[in-house]
Design a protein around this ligand. Structure first.
Ligand code: GRF
Length: 325
């Protein structure tokens, strides 16, 4: 496949120092078939070595010192630079700043960090010295999603690195760095590919559908579907459609309020909704799943509304009760 045919996610990399992880991300992105490109390298330190390297490699850069600025203002400027570069993801690579909660929330699931320990062990600083002092057999590195709690988001990948006799924090750090450079590009590549992966999308939809009361899964014409009610007389409230009937999308088919709502959504938000072949005529709305900026809360809400529309009375009481908590 020619390289241009691969859709590449745009990633902003934030650095504060040397930027060796940024360099590993950047050079991996230049391999044929890489699923992401580095759209921006940004730093809170205008003298960060990583900026000069990015510039030499023709990557856009942004630098703004945090000194004398309120945290929120500095974060806003960094975020704006990422948005202006068209970033869909932010990869923190030795970015030595704690981020404001609003910033973190807006990038939920799309901001990654690399941390030099086997999380959940040793969050924070001095990870190597602490692992050695504790007599651990291994240190290592983790790539994780960024959440409001420091170094606590979902771990996306790890590599263990053996601690040898006589190891110092510096000698361990140096070897962990090799592992970091292997791990980060691979984990980032896998992460940005997930929103377009049918198996992964199906797993997420399935978990949401089966979390609703009295539901079960049953295939319909080769497509996974979910029903509410008994196995005998249950009714479908959702189907998973993997580019069926010639549509280019992977989508979730749900019942909406009727034809007017369906037509309106498809017209106003064609990137998010479509009218599926055959099913559309009987009021099934296609919620497009294979897009980078999907809002999973709204997918969950759509599923619940569809469930409510077809569920027998006894079952809807259950969900009303659950909602009132
Ligand atoms: C790495 O050890 C990384 O795990 C930590 O900060 C360091 C950054 O190094 N978060 P570099 O700037 O990528 O060389």
């Amino acid at each position: 496949m020619p390289e241009e045919a691969t859709r590449r996610a745009r990633v902003a990399v934030f650095v504060s120092g040397r930027g060796s992880n940024m360099a590993a991300l950047l050079y991996a992105s230049r391999l044929p078939g890489a699923p992401y490109e580095v759209a921006l390298v940004a730093s809170n330190d205008p003298d960060a070595e990583g900026l000069a390297l990015a510039e030499a490699e023709g990557v856009a850069t942004f630098a703004l010192s945090h000194r004398g600025k309120a945290r929120g203002d500095h974060d806003s400027a960094m975020e704006q630079a990422a948005r202006e570069a068209g970033a869909e993801y932010i990869a923190l690579a030795g970015y030595m700043r704690i981020l404001t909660p609003g910033f973190v929330q807006r990038w939920e699931g799309r901001m990654l960090n690399i941390h030099p320990s086997l999380l959940p062990n040793y969050t924070g600083l001095d990870t190597h010295a602490r692992a050695i002092a504790a007599g651990d057999s291994h240190g290592g590195v983790s790539v994780h999603l960024v959440t409001e709690d420091l170094d606590a988001g979902e771990v996306l990948g790890q590599i263990r690195v053996a601690i040898r006799a006589g190891e110092t924090a510096d000698s361990l750090a140096e070897r962990v760095r090799f592992a970091e450079h292997q791990l980060y590009p691979r984990v980032l590549a896998r992460h940005v590919s997930r929103p377009f992966d049918a198996e992964w999308l199906l797993g997420r939809v399935r978990a949401l559908a089966l979390a609703l009361p009295e539901t079960h899964e049953r295939e319909s014409h080769g497509a996974p579907g979910w029903r509410v009610g008994t196995k005998k007389s249950g009714k479908y409230f959702a189907y998973f459609s993997d580019r069926h009937h010639g549509t280019p999308h992977i989508s979730l088919l749900v019942k909406c309020d009727g034809m007017d709502e369906l037509e309106e959504l498809v017209e106003d938000q064609p990137h998010a909704y479509h009218k599926p072949a055959y099913y559309g005529a009987s009021g099934w709305l296609g919620v497009i799943l294979d897009r980078a900026d999907i809002d999973w809360d709204s997918v969950a809400e759509r599923l619940q509304r569809s469930w409510t529309a077809v569920a027998p009375k006894g079952a809807t009481k259950l969900i009303n009760a659950a909602d009132s908590f």
